[in-house]
Write a protein that binds this ligand. Structure first.
Ligand code: NAP
Length: 250
């Protein structure tokens, strides 16, 4: 496999960290990007300690200048990026009648504006190389989920965004695909359990019961799907949404 430079956003922990570790294990140099560089550093350190190559980059993906500066720094330190995983995400759940415009904007901002800004910033180095892989994190919530009007809209938006990138960028050897996870055990789902006042263990047990394979997902389950879309083998697979949810969701 050809070693590439990869950027994984929201990679300080959870699915992003597992994806950064997985891409590094496959030989890629990885920029571990997150809001706080100190938090991303731990993931990068762990990769470097295992013989991989990683740097930590602090940036808010929803900030136009910060996104562009982060990509420029990665290009200078690791080489032009040819893999981008738009994973950074936040939740601001509430029922519609209680949802503030700020919570709507924040969620759409990180997921959609962030993915747009990062993709726009990396596309030129992918076009130049005639090779690129963009993977966007969607969710089963794209199909609709109570209390998540903002998040569901963002995650459905990620799918339309992905398909459009696939159409526009395919001629340059660039594919764009989306992974739509079901319930994954991370800080994000832990925060949801806290918000609804259910002990995390009970929350996990309930989710496992509702899942056909009888367990909740782990970050590594999603990293494996992302890694497939990033592989040389997946060059003819573009504009797809893969639900990784332990059962059929779409
Ligand atoms: P997580 O544990 O909350 O990690 C998300 C990471 O993104 C955090 O490190 C967070 O940093 C970072 N981040 C947030 N806003 C950012 C910004 N503006 N710029 C850069 N980084 C930012 O979440 P996760 O569960 O691993 O989820 C990862 C992705 O998968 C998200 O897109 C999520 O929507 C999606 N997903 C998750 C699940 C699930 O069940 N966990 C299911 C479906 C889809 P801070 O800690 O500093 O905020």
């Amino acid at each position: 496999m050809t070693a590439r430079t990869a950027i994984v956003t929201g990679a300080a922990r959870g699915i992003g960290a597992a994806t950064a570790r997985r891409l590094a294990a496959e030989g890629h140099a990885v920029a571990v990007l997150d809001l706080a560089e100190e938090q991303a550093q731990a993931t990068a350190d762990a990769i470097n300690a295992k013989g991989g190559k990683a740097i930590a980059v602090g940036a808010d993906v929803a900030d136009e200048d910060a996104a562009a500066a982060a990509v420029a720094r990665v290009a200078a330190e690791l080489g032009p990026p040819q893999i981008l995983v738009n994973n950074a995400g936040i939740l601001r759940d509430n029922l519609l009648f209680k949802m503030s415009a700020g919570d709507w904007d924040a969620v759409l901002g990180v997921h959609l504006r962030g993915a747009f800004l990062m993709s726009r910033a990396v596309q030129s180095s992918m076009v130049e190389a005639g090779w690129g892989r963009i993977v966007n994190l969607s969710s089963t919530s794209a199909l609709g989920n109570r209390g998540q009007a903002n998040y569901a809209a963002a995650k459905a938006g990620m799918q339309g965004f992905t398909k459009t990138l696939a159409i526009e960028l395919g001629r340059f050897g660039i594919t764009a695909n989306a992974v739509a996870p079901g319930f994954i055990e991370t800080e994000m789902t832990k925060a949801t359990a806290e918000r609804v006042g259910v002990p995390f263990e009970d929350f996990l047990a309930h989710a496992a019961k509702e899942t056909p394979v009888g367990r909740v997902g782990q970050p590594e389950d999603i990293a494996a799907a992302v890694a497939y879309f990033c592989s040389e083998d997946a060059g003819f697979v573009s504009g797809q949404v893969l639900y990784v949810a332990g059962g059929p969701k779409a």
